[in-house]
Ligand binder design. Structure first.
Ligand code: URA
Length: 488
């Protein structure tokens, strides 16, 4: 038997090289035992496993791509199956795309499961923000990158193909994703993968925020990990006999400075939205989930700024909290902050906000006496060139954010609420029914607080012609007058 242990990082590439060498040496798939793990004895030491060398392997590119994807499945027989299929394809014993071939069928099904798992990882990794490193965090320069960490358990070993997505998407942050097998680190723009040390292969059972923070702080620091990894590979007691060991203490001492230099070398000024996000990162960080129920609006805002209940916090510059007097009798709810609100950190300051202000003044409504907020507190957008295009929040994002809206209503206790647009109406009433049919009608919160439904001011900016815009604006003005009539 030939034993081949593939590395956990670079598995597919190592498997491909091994298969080429095995074919050149004429080692049959049945004579190979594959595993993931530390390096094996010499591949070709087992003379008795050799038969006839294969000519150079020739397989269609799409076949190789699919086979290599399937190597990230967790089935222990995948390496042998893939090896056999490569030989069968190369010898012309089967044609790529023939689903009646059980081996191809199985490999395709495994590749599909792997792609699904990668997709799930992209969708379900939940980052938690870590405080800036070092005690002097408050005084750090604004280029300091925000730090995030996540624990994730994929069904299959898909970390390697899955993480480039995160590097692209969250390129302006430092982050770590730990999984039972591999840990991916993206520090100062460099992505690295390493095996997860045994003592970090599981986060604390008791997931209280303090323990999570300690766990994440541990898995985060590459310098600390390097020290540990070095010491476990090469325990200290052997150092005095090893000439190269002299270098280790210095390497360890230099590691933080080297990391800082790497970060400084990035050099460029942050984009405005990144700078705003960095400013926000120095605000008090409090966990959203599992923390004490806020007793004041200030508490609520502090907690909401650390909210990671849904993925929108990852791309938005900051949480945009509601604003207004704590004793406001009227609460007005929009959909979500737009581009300008996201940068300014205040609701309704962009074009829709300006239109709202104008019509509100005409209706006799004083914005400074209203609690003005949004159903969703983070800006959802898709980047297009340099622009960020607004995207409607999903029902699940609205649902996650209802926690904050509910607390706002509880602390303000308004006499009436105006829901502007479908997302606000859904957040307040739980119903996503057609907004055009509900416009002008009054529904209520479970405690009886009246909720008047109206269109969102941005809808007034999108009317097809001037006359429709005028009459819709008139209706909106009347809705503002109506809500005013509901409060004393
Ligand atoms: N649209 C909203 O719904 N809210 C804002 O804060 C800005 C635009």
């Amino acid at each position: 038997m030939v034993e081949i242990a593939l590395p956990a990082v670079g598995t597919a590439a190592a498997w491909r090289d091994a298969v080429r060498r095995l074919a050149a040496e004429g080692v049959a798939p049945e004579a190979v035992r594959w595993s993931l793990g530390p390096a094996a004895p010499d591949l070709f030491a087992a003379q008795d496993a050799r038969t006839r060398p294969e000519p150079a392997l020739k397989i269609p590119r799409p076949a190789l791509a699919e086979i290599e994807t399937a190597l990230h499945h967790s089935d222990p027989g995948r390496f042998t199956r893939a090896h056999m299929l490569v030989l069968a394809l190369s010898r012309g014993e089967t044609r790529w795309g023939d689903r009646s071939d059980p081996a191809q069928h199985r490999v395709m099904a495994e590749a599909k499961a792997v792609r699904r798992d990668i997709h799930k990882m992209h969708a379900f990794v939940r980052f938690r923000e870590l405080p800036p490193e070092g005690a002097q965090a408050e005084n750090q320069p604004s280029e300091v990158r925000r730090r995030f960490a996540a624990w994730f358990e994929p069904t299959h070993p898909v970390v390697e193909p899955a993480v480039p997505f995160f590097a692209k998407r969250f390129g302006d942050m430092d982050w770590v994703i730990a999984t039972p097998l591999l840990t991916a680190r993206f520090i100062a723009g460099h992505l690295t993968l390493s095996e997860t040390p045994a003592d970090q292969a599981r986060p604390p059972e008791d997931g209280t925020e303090r323990l999570w923070q300690t766990y994440y702080a541990n898995i985060f620091n590459p310098a600390r990990l390097m020290t540990r990894a070095m010491q476990s590979e090469m325990p200290k007691k052997y150092w005095h006999n090893l000439p190269e060991a002299e270098l280790i203490p210095q390497l360890i001492r230099d590691a933080p400075a080297r990391a800082a230099r790497m970060a400084a070398d990035l050099g460029s000024l942050p984009a405005p939205e990144t700078a705003a996000r960095q400013r926000n990162s120095r605000l008090p960080q409090r966990p959203a989930i599992g923390s004490a129920r806020p007793q004041t609006l200030e508490d609520l805002a502090a907690q909401a700024r650390a909210c990671t209940r849904c993925p929108l916090h990852c791309n938005a510059t900051q949480t945009v909290c509601g604003e207004g007097p704590a004793d406001a009798r009227l609460m007005i709810v929009g959909e979500q902050p737009g581009d300008q609100e996201d940068l300014a950190g205040r609701p309704f300051v962009g074009p829709a906000g300006q239109l709202f202000d104008r019509v509100a003044t005409e209706a006799g409504l004083d914005r400074s006496r209203v609690w003005l907020t949004n159903a969703v507190k983070h800006f959802k957008f898709t980047p297009r060139g340099k622009r960020r295009i607004h995207q409607r929040p999903s029902s699940s994002e609205i649902e996650q954010c209802r926690w904050w809206l509910g607390l706002e209503a509880e602390l303000i206790r308004p006499q009436a609420i105006l829901a502007m647009g479908a997302s606000a109406a859904e957040a307040l009433t739980g119903s996503g029914a057609n907004i055009l049919r509900r416009r002008g009608s009054t529904e209520s919160l479970p405690d009886g607080t009246p909720v008047l439904i109206t269109l969102h001011p941005s809808a007034l900016l999108r009317q097809p012609d001037a006359e429709t815009a005028r009459s819709q604006t008139e209706d909106f003005r009347n809705d503002l007058r109506k809500i005013l009539s509901l409060v004393s």
